[in-house]
Design a protein around this ligand. Structure first.
Ligand code: AMP
Length: 410
């Protein structure tokens, strides 16, 4: 017998209820984004590798070790997208959307991203992200606050009563960040020999990343590190204060986290992450970026966006026992005539928007009723061989005669 081929590590199969949950989350989130004025977009699954090197950043873990690089026949090197911001900004430049009179540009997406990470709960190699990007000449306060509001709204829409916590920080302009990086460098210089190998590398490539380190022994050094707030310019500080004030006015609770630096290089000002179950890591992450468009050869536009990991949303629901998605049908049509009359009825009901299914002709009446129960059918229509029709209410189990005309009027 041939060996069974299994799915690659870190990937997920979606079938039955899992697939229904996924598609229902997708529809809900995209329609929420539409209500906020975003238009849906999709970008290629793979891009030229240099797009991610230039945008996400050479020093980021994502580019350093987590990209899926494709072996191809030409001389270009391609990479499966590890995220969407770079591709959307690339598309805006390539298609010259930035010259549109209707700024800001507002795009939403729901698709798969790929990162070569060590698989564990909540961490996959292929996963779904829902997110948005706003791109404009200047990203003002209202766009920044609204982006966070939408991210929270989106998580709450799916998670219901489960608490969603927002952590925020302000990374500041390129100048303030450079000053802060220098301060971190001097602070860690004499401690780095006691820290993990990744941090040793981070000190040279991007000391900000050290703040992101999850190794327990390293945390005690990080605790006492200088804080970014002390390196912000007056202007940065003012902007962050205004954002916080606006969030309070809108009744959004948040926690300022000095160590929140985000794993991607392009973030500059306001950044945030959302959490439900801390063990799963962040549910969502996002923030403002100021030089990405220019870096990619476009105009000096700014952007802000976030991305929510759908698998982590689903795991949060499962963790709290709140995943109660049940597939259901409005009508289950059992055709005992086996001549296609059932198919005609099913078609007419579907045309009216009902969810309808039929068993195969070979099913016995008893087997078909069992199947209707399994599929959570609310009603069964029996197309009887004596040329009559019956309607069975599956919750009360009551059955009554019904005419063809009455069925059409359902
Ligand atoms: P990031 O672009 O790294 O900020 O990721 C945004 C969100 O995507 C995170 O908050 C996670 O919910 C999700 N995410 C990132 N990486 C993974 C992964 N390897 N597996 C599953 N979800 C992920």
């Amino acid at each position: 017998m041939s060996e069974i081929i299994k799915k690659p590590r870190g990937t997920v199969d979606y079938f039955y209820d899992d697939a229904s949950v996924l598609i229902s989350i997708k529809n809900k989130l995209l329609s929420l984004a539409e209500r906020y004025g975003f238009s849906f977009c999709t970008v290629p699954t793979f891009e030229e590798s240099r797009l991610f090197h230039r945008s996400v950043g050479e020093s980021s873990d994502i580019v350093r070790k987590e990209t899926f690089d494709l072996i191809n026949k030409g001389d270009r090197s391609y990479t499966l997208r590890p995220e969407f911001t770079a591709s959307i900004n690339r598309a805006v430049i390539e298609n010259k959307f930035f010259s549109s009179p209707s700024l800001p540009l507002k795009f939403s997406y729901f698709d798969k991203a790929f990162r070569y990470e060590r698989p564990q709960t909540g961490r996959y190699r292929e996963f779904h992200q829902f997110g948005v990007e706003i791109i404009d000449e200047k990203i003002d306060l209202s766009s920044q606050v609204e982006t966070l509001l939408l991210a929270i709204d989106a998580c709450k829409m799916i998670l219901g009563d489960i608490e969603v916590k927002a952590k925020i920080n302000f990374l500041g302009s390129v100048t303030s960040r450079d000053n802060y990086k220098k301060a971190l460098y001097s602070f860690f210089a004499d401690k780095i020999q006691y820290m993990c190998e990744d941090c040793k590398r981070r000190l040279e490539t991007n000391p900000l990343r050290i703040l992101d380190c999850k190794v327990d022994e390293d945390r005690k050094f990080i605790q006492d590190a200088p804080k970014i707030t002390d390196y912000l310019t007056e202007e940065d500080r003012e902007e962050f204060d205004q954002i916080k004030k606006l969030l309070l006015k809108l009744n959004v609770s948040f926690q300022v986290d000095d160590n929140l630096v985000r794993g991607l290089d392009y973030y500059t000002g306001f950044v945030f992450e959302l959490y439900s179950d801390e063990k799963l890591g962040a549910l969502a992450g996002g923030g403002k970026y100021s030089s990405l468009m220019k870096e990619l050869g476009g105009p000096e536009f700014e952007g802000i966006g976030f991305s929510i990991g759908i698998e982590r949303l689903i795991l949060s629901l499962i963790g709290k026992g709140s995943l109660d998605y049940k597939k259901s049908l409005d009508y289950f049509v059992i055709d005992l005539r086996k001549n296609g009359d059932g198919l005609i009825i099913a078609k007419k009901l579907r045309d009216k928007g009902y969810k309808v299914s039929l068993p195969s002709f070979s099913r016995s009446m008893k087997g078909a009723i069992k199947m209707a129960d399994r599929e959570n059918a609310k009603n069964v229509i029996i197309v009887d061989s004596d040329m009559t029709y019956k309607l069975k209410d599956m919750s009360t189990r009551e059955q009554k005669d019904i005419t063809f005309e009455e069925i059409l009027g359902l």
